[in-house]
Design a protein around this ligand. Structure first.
Ligand code: HEC
Ligand code: HEC
Length: 381
C-alpha cells in the first residue's frame, strides 16, 4: 500500500554503500532492541522483557548512573529557546511553506542515512512510514493480530507533534538547524510517503504545505488511539475485565480532579491525595523507590547541624589526612559505630586520642555535639 513498497526496490542497492559508513558512528544496537514490539502486547505498544519471560510496557534503565554529572541549571534564556511547543491547535506553529519535492531532497541528504529510504527504517532508527491503520484498536480487543507499527502515518494522533519533534530534535546530530520552510518541506514529504490527504486532497509529489494547510491535517489514527474498551464494541472478556475495577485495576480510583480523599487527614489537616493501589513488581533489576532527585551542587539548604559540622569538625573529618575517620568513609564509620553510640558520643564530647573534646570548641553543648555525630554517622552510611 505504501509508496515505499514500490520505490524502495529501486534504490536498495545504492543505499547499502551509503549507510555502512554511518552506522559506525552511532550505537544502533540499543535502539534496535527497544523497538522490538511483541505481537502479544495487550495494546500493541512496544514491550520490554522482565523476568520469567514476562513483558512490560515500561523500560528500565540498566546503566550505572552513579558517576553521572547532573550539570547545571539552565539559564532562563536557554530554557526559553527550548520551551517553544507546537500544539495541535496551532500554538507555536511557525509561518512558512515547503514542497514535497524539496522535502524529498532534504530527506535524502539529511535523514535517509538513519531513517531509511522513504522513511522505511530498517537501520535500527525509528521507522517513519508504513504500518496499518486501526491496528491499535484491533490490538486491544484481539491481541496478536495485525500488530501496529509506531510510525507517523499509522500511529501518531497529531501532526503537530511530528513537526515539533523534527524542529527540536532532528537531524539527530544538528537539532534546530532546519529553517521553517525546510521544516514544512520535510513534514510535507513525510505526509507524502505516508499517503496522507489534507482536506480531501492527497499530498502528492507536487504538493506545497504551509501553515494554513497544516492546521487542517487530521491524522488517520486520531480516533483510534482510545479504543472503545468497555463500551458496546468491546469484546466480552475485555469489558468484564474493566468492569471489575477493584479486582483488576486496583482498589484506588484514578482521577484527574478532586483527587483528595476527604476521609483521610494528614498532619496539616489537609485531605491527602488518594492512592492508586496496584504496584508493579517482579521486575529485574528492581525499580528504584527513591523519589527525590539528586541534590543540586551548591544550592541545597544546609541544616544547622551541618553548618556546625562545617565550622567545627570538617577541618579534620573531611578527609582522613589527620587520622580522623573521614565523613563518607563507610567502612571506618562502621567500625566506630560498632563500639555503641554512647561510647562514640562520649569520645566526641570528652575527646580521645587525636580528637580534641568537642572538636576544640567548648561553646558547643553536648546535645549539639551528639547531633553533629549523628549527622557524621548518617552521612557515612
Ligand atoms: C544520525 C541518525 C539520525 C538522523 C540523520 C535523523 N534522525 Fe530522526 N531519529 C533518530 C533517532 C535515534 C530517533 C529516536 C530518538 C529518540 O527516541 O530519542 C529519531 C526520531 C525521529 C522521529 C520520531 C519518530 C518516532 O516515531 O518516534 C522523527 C519524526 C524523525 N526522527 C525525523 C527525522 C528527520 C525529518 C530527519 C532529517 C532532517 C532525521 N530524523 C534525521 C536518528 C536520526
Ligand atoms: C583537630 C582535628 C579534629 C577536629 C576539629 C575534630 N575531630 Fe573528631 N576526631 C579527630 C581524630 C584524629 C579522631 C580519631 C581519634 C582516634 O581514633 O584516636 C577523631 C574521632 C572522632 C570520632 C570517633 C570517635 C570514636 O569513638 O571513634 C567522632 C564521633 C568525632 N571525632 C566527632 C567529632 C566532632 C563532632 C567534631 C566537631 C564538633 C570533631 N570530631 C572535630 C580529629 C578531630
Amino acid at each position: 500500500m505504501f509508496k515505499l513498497d514500490h520505490k524502495s526496490i529501486v534504490i536498495t542497492a545504492a543505499l547499502v554503500a551509503s549507510t555502512t559508513l554511518f552506522t559506525g558512528c552511532f550505537g544502533t544496537s540499543n535502539i534496535a532492541e527497544s523497538y522490538n514490539g511483541s505481537v502479544d502486547a495487550l495494546d500493541g505498544g512496544v514491550t520490554y522483557p522482565r523476568e520469567n519471560g514476562i513483558e512490560t510496557a515500561y523500560a528500565y534503565n540498566t546503566q550505572d548512573v552513579s558517576g553521572v554529572n547532573h550539570g547545571r541549571v539552565p539559564t532562563p534564556n536557554e530554557l526559553k529557546a527550548w520551551d517553544a511547543d507546537i500544539m495541535p491547535d496551532g500554538t507555536g506553529l511557525p509561518e512558512g511553506s515547503g514542497s514535497v519535492e524539496l522535502g524529498d531532497e532534504l530527506y535524502e541528504s539529511q535523514c535517509a542515512s538513519c531513517h531509511g529510504e522513504f522513511g522505511a527504517g530498517g537501520k535500527g532508527y525509528p521507522t517513519l512510514a508504513g504500518g496499518s491503520l486501526d491496528s491499535l484498536t484491533n490490538q486491544r480487543t484481539a491481541p496478536g493480530m495485525d500488530a501496529p507499527k509506531r510510525t507517523f502515518g499509522s500511529y501518531w494522533p497529531q501532526a503537530s507533534t511530528m513537526i515539533w519533534y523534527i524542529r527540536d530534535a532532528m537531524p539527530y546530530a544538528h537539532p534546530k538547524s532546519l529553517s521553517n520552510d525546510e521544516l514544512y518541506a520535510l513534514t510535507a514529504y513525510l505526509l507524502n510517503v505516508n499517503e496522507i490527504s489534507i482536506d480531501g486532497v492527497e499530498v502528492d509529489d507536487e504538493y506545497v504545505l504551509d501553515r494554513e494547510k497544516f492546521l487542517k491535517i487530521k491524522m488517520p489514527n486520531r480516533e483510534g488511539f482510545y479504543p472503545n474498551i468497555d463500551g458496546p464494541n468491546g469484546v466480552e472478556n475485555v469489558r468484564a475485565f474493566f468492569a471489575d475495577r477493584p479486582k483488576n485495576i486496583g482498589a484506588g480510583t484514578k482521577c484527574m480532579e478532586d483527587c483528595k480523599d476527604p476521609n483521610i487527614l494528614d498532619g496539616n489537616k489537609e485531605a491527602t491525595v488518594m492512592r492508586i493501589g496496584m504496584e508493579i513488581s517482579n521486575v529485574v533489576p528492581a525499580y528504584s523507590t527513591v523519589r527525590d532527585l539528586p541534590v543540586e551542587a551548591g544550592t541545597s539548604a544546609k541544616s544547622e547541624t551541618e553548618k556546625l559540622y562545617d565550622a567545627n569538625c570538617a577541618l579534620c573529618h573531611a578527609t582522613d589526612a589527620m587520622g580522623a575517620p573521614a565523613v563518607g568513609d563507610h567502612d571506618t564509620w562502621a567500625t566506630v559505630v560498632a563500639q555503641g553510640m554512647d561510647k562514640v558520643n562520649s569520645n566526641a564530647i570528652n575527646g580521645f586520642g587525636g580528637m580534641p573534646a568537642k572538636g576544640g570548641n567548648m561553646d558547643l553543648t553536648d546535645a549539639q555535639v551528639i547531633d553533629i555525630v549523628k549527622f557524621m554517622v548518617d552521612s557515612s552510611k
